[in-house]
Design a protein around this ligand. Structure first.
Ligand SMILES: NC(=O)c1ccc[n+]([C@@H]2O[C@H](COP(=O)([O-])OP(=O)(O)OC[C@H]3O[C@@H](n4cnc5c(N)ncnc54)[C@H](OP(=O)(O)O)[C@@H]3O)[C@@H](O)[C@H]2O)c1
Length: 271
């Protein structure tokens, strides 16, 4: 399936399985996780997937399962790979562990959690990306993506001869035009842009007068208008809500139709 809304599983700890299962029961079909025990409990996601498959809530074909390779610098002591192995081996070990956690032979999307630094595309990044491409070629993931990446880094990846990703997953700030430059690059190259921290990084915009007026007009919540707006400008959003009613509302945001003028005004909001 093609994902149009991700349920994000970060920071749920011992509630990961319960909340992921609730999200699946609520209708989410695309699930985002990471093999980074510091912020995610990937095995809990696997537990929820196993229950949902066993109970017939979903079939494997209904699902879009996405996880990440997180480099040692962004991990705590609970590494899913050998800290002293070369990066290609670490990527291989991390994905092997993810497949085991998630109870599948192949995932739909494997994301590089972030380049090794906020600037540039290092030889280490290039080697990690090559290793991820090799895993895709070996059939262990269908697609690849990169996260927490700037426009300069995307260009550097390309300049280094790297294959362009299928996905970019970035934090999306209204004050930066909702990541305008990266989104424009993605559009030019048929890369699907996934946005996270949409509500939390833009609290004043979400509560602000423009979003409130549009929400009132549609008898919607402000969060629904924001999620609908994301779809309207080509962003596939992530939500990590722990609340059943918010899950329902977030998915129901699809039903609203925003006008071209609404989309334009929302896209121009900066704070
Ligand atoms: N690639 C990366 O580096 C990266 C970084 C951060 C996150 N992510 C991914 O993105 C996912 C989402 O993270 P996030 O940073 O966007 O924040 P989030 O975890 O989705 O947090 C959303 C917050 O907004 C609140 N909220 C209020 N009304 C809501 C509504 N109607 N719908 C949804 N939430 C509502 C939620 O509270 P309630 O629980 O009460 O609804 C929650 O506290 C993560 O789980 C993870 O998968 C990726």
């Amino acid at each position: 399936m093609t994902p149009d809304f991700f349920y994000g599983t970060a920071w749920k700890e011992e509630r990961t399985a319960e909340l992921t299962l609730l999200a699946l029961r609520s209708g989410f079909r695309a699930i985002d996780t990471a093999n980074q025990r510091r912020h995610y409990f990937e095995a809990g996601v696997g537990e929820a997937l196993a229950t949902a498959l066993k109970e017939g809530i979903v079939t494997r074909d209904d699902l879009f399962i996405q996880t990440k390779f997180t480099s040692p610098a962004a991990q705590d002591h609970r590494l899913p790979f050998d800290a002293f192995a070369p990066v290609a081996r670490q990527v291989n070990q991390s994905l092997t562990s993810s497949l085991k956690h998630l109870g599948v032979d192949v995932i739909d999307s494997f994301i590089l959690h972030g380049p090794s630094s906020g600037y540039g595309w290092s030889e280490e990044d290039a080697a990690t990306w090559r290793a991820m491409c090799a895993e895709r070629d070996a059939g262990r993931t269908r697609l690849l993506g990169v996260s927490n990446i700037s426009l300069d880094q995307l260009k550097a990846l390309e300049a280094a001869g790297g294959e362009r990703p299928a996905f970019v997953q970035n934090r999306c700030y209204a004050r930066f035009g909702w990541d305008r430059e990266v989104r424009a690059y993605c559009r030019r190259h048929n890369i699907v842009y996934q946005g996270f921290s949409i509500l939390t990084a833009n609290a004043s915009v979400v509560r602000g007068p423009l979003v409130s007026a549009i929400a009132q007009r549609h008898k919607a919540t402000n969060a629904q208008i924001i999620f609908r707006f994301m779809a309207g400008i080509g962003i596939v959003p992530l939500t990590g809500t722990s609340d059943a009613e918010h899950m329902r509302q977030d998915l129901a945001a699809k039903q609203f139709k925003l006008t071209a003028a609404d989309l334009k005004a929302l896209e121009a909001l900066t704070s």
